[in-house]
Design a protein around this ligand. Structure first.
Ligand SMILES: NC(=O)c1ccc[n+]([C@@H]2O[C@H](COP(=O)([O-])OP(=O)(O)OC[C@H]3O[C@@H](n4cnc5c(N)ncnc54)[C@H](OP(=O)(O)O)[C@@H]3O)[C@@H](O)[C@H]2O)c1
Length: 344
C-alpha cells in the first residue's frame, strides 16, 4: 500500500489520545500529515509523533479541512458538536466516546468481532466502552460456539478509565496518605487511595450505573444479538491502569472449560495466562501496556449447568480505547484500498 492519509487526533493530550499517537506510530499507520487537537487549556503545548514535536491546535469548527480520518478522544460533548462538522468536510470520524454508540445508524466496532459493520458507515464510527471491549474480546469466541444466554459481571476498574487527571490524582492522593498529609480531591468523587467505590458514572432511576447499562446495550449491538441478558456491578479500584472483570456466563449449549480454553487459545487478541500450581492468574500489572486481553481461571459454575466463570484483564487504554480505534482506522484504509483496486 503506497497511499498515505491526512490524520487528526482530537484529544491528543489525553490519556487515550497519547496512546493513539504511540500506536499509530508503532503500527506504521500510513500517515501523510498529523494534526493534534485539544482544548484551550493545552494552548502552546507540544506532543510527539514519529519523533517530531507537533503543536497542539485548539479545536475549532473549521479544523477538519483536508483531514481524511479524525480519531476523537475528547468526550461525548466534543464528539456531538464536532464529529458532524468533520463529517460535513468529508472526514471520517472514529469516536471513542459514548456519543454515537447507541445510534442504530452508526457502526459500533471491535474489529476482531464485527469488522463487517464498517461497510455501513456514513462518516462516523464508534469504538466501544472500555469494559465492554475487554469483556467481549474474551466472550465472542464462546458466544459463536455455545451462544450466550446471560452474563453476570463484576468489574474492577482502574483510574486511567477516568482519564489522565484521575491517574494523576490517585498518585498524589496515595502519596499524601503515606505522608500523613491532607488531600483535596478535584477529579474523583470519593477517597480513592487504599479504597474503592462504585463506578463514578451517573446513577439511573432503576439503580444501575450508566457504565453498567453501557455493557448491556453495547454487548447486544456488537454481538448482534438482542436476546443476550446482562447484569453488572462496576467498581473503581485504586489501580492506575488495566481493568479486571469477573464473569459468570450462562450459555444455550452445553459448555465445558476444556472447549472454552481451546477456543480462547485460538482466538485473536486473547492470551490465556495462568499457572494453577502457583495460583497465578492475570493481574492488571500483567495487562498494562499489552495489546492482548488476558484471560484465565475458567471454571464450570458448580451452581448451575452450561455456565462458565472467567477472569479477564485488559489494558483499557489500549484494547479498550486507543488500539481499538486505530484498528478501526486500519479497517477504513483496507476498505479504501479494496474499492480503489475494484475501480482499476
Ligand atoms: N480512558 C479510557 O480508558 C477510555 C476508554 C474508552 C473510551 N474513553 C473515552 O475517550 C475519551 C477521552 O478519554 P481520556 O481518558 O483520554 O480523557 P482525558 O485524559 O481527560 O483526555 C481528554 C482529552 O480531551 C480533550 N478535550 C477536552 N475538552 C475538549 C474540548 N472542548 N475541545 C477539544 N479537546 C478537548 C483534552 O484536552 P486538554 O488536555 O486540553 O484538556 C484531552 O486531550 C472520553 O470520551 C472517554 O470516555 C476513554
Amino acid at each position: 500500500m503506497s497511499e498515505t492519509f491526512h490524520l487528526a487526533v482530537v484529544g491528543a493530550t489525553g490519556a487515550v489520545g497519547q496512546e493513539i499517537l504511540r500506536i499509530l506510530e508503532k503500527r506504521h499507520f500510513p500517515v501523510k500529515t498529523m494534526r493534534c487537537f485539544a482544548s484551550s487549556r493545552s494552548q502552546g503545548r507540544l506532543v510527539t509523533f514519529q519523533g517530531q514535536s507537533i503543536p497542539v491546535e485548539i479545536l475549532a469548527p473549521n479544523s477538519f479541512k483536508g483531514v481524511d480520518i479524525a480519531i476523537f478522544s475528547a468526550g461525548r460533548k466534543v464528539a456531538l458538536e464536532y464529529a458532524p462538522l468533520a463529517q460535513k468536510e468529508g472526514t471520517i470520524v472514529v469516536d471513542n466516546s459514548s456519543a454515537f454508540r447507541k445510534d442504530p445508524h452508526i457502526p459500533l466496532i471491535i474489529p476482531e468481532i464485527n469488522a463487517h459493520a464498517i461497510k455501513k458507515h456514513e462518516g462516523i464510527i464508534a469504538s466501544p466502552n472500555c469494559t465492554t471491549a475487554i469483556m467481549l474480546m474474551a466472550l465472542h469466541p464462546l458466544h459463536r460456539h455455545f451462544g450466550i444466554k446471560r452474563i453476570v459481571a463484576a468489574t474492577y476498574q482502574a483510574a486511567s478509565g477516568a482519564g489522565a487527571q484521575a491517574m494523576h490524582e490517585l498518585t498524589l492522593e496515595t502519596k499524601a496518605l503515606l505522608e500523613d498529609k491532607s488531600f483535596d480531591r478535584s477529579v474523583m468523587p470519593h477517597p480513592y487511595a487504599f479504597n474503592l467505590f462504585l463506578h463514578n458514572s451517573p446513577l439511573l432511576e432503576n439503580g444501575y450505573l450508566e457504565e453498567e447499562l453501557k455493557m448491556l446495550y453495547e454487548t447486544r449491538k456488537i454481538l448482534e444479538d438482542e436476546t443476550i441478558r446482562l447484569t453488572a456491578t462496576c467498581v473503581r479500584v485504586p489501580i492506575l491502569r488495566a481493568h479486571s472483570i469477573a464473569l459468570n456466563v450462562e450459555f444455550h449449549a452445553p459448555a465445558c472449560k476444556e472447549q472454552a480454553y481451546a477456543l480462547l487459545r485460538q482466538a485473536q487478541g486473547i492470551t490465556i495466562l495462568e499457572n494453577r500450581k502457583e495460583n497465578y492468574f492475570p493481574m492488571p500489572i500483567d495487562a498494562t501496556g499489552q495489546d492482548h486481553v488476558l484471560c484465565g481461571r475458567i471454571r464450570e459454575d458448580l451452581s448451575q449447568p452450561n455456565t462458565l466463570e472467567l477472569w479477564v484483564v485488559g489494558d483499557q487504554l489500549l484494547k479498550g480505547a486507543a488500539l481499538n480505534a486505530v484498528q478501526i482506522a486500519e479497517l477504513l484504509i483496507k476498505k479504501h484500498d479494496e474499492s480503489s483496486t475494484a475501480q482499476h
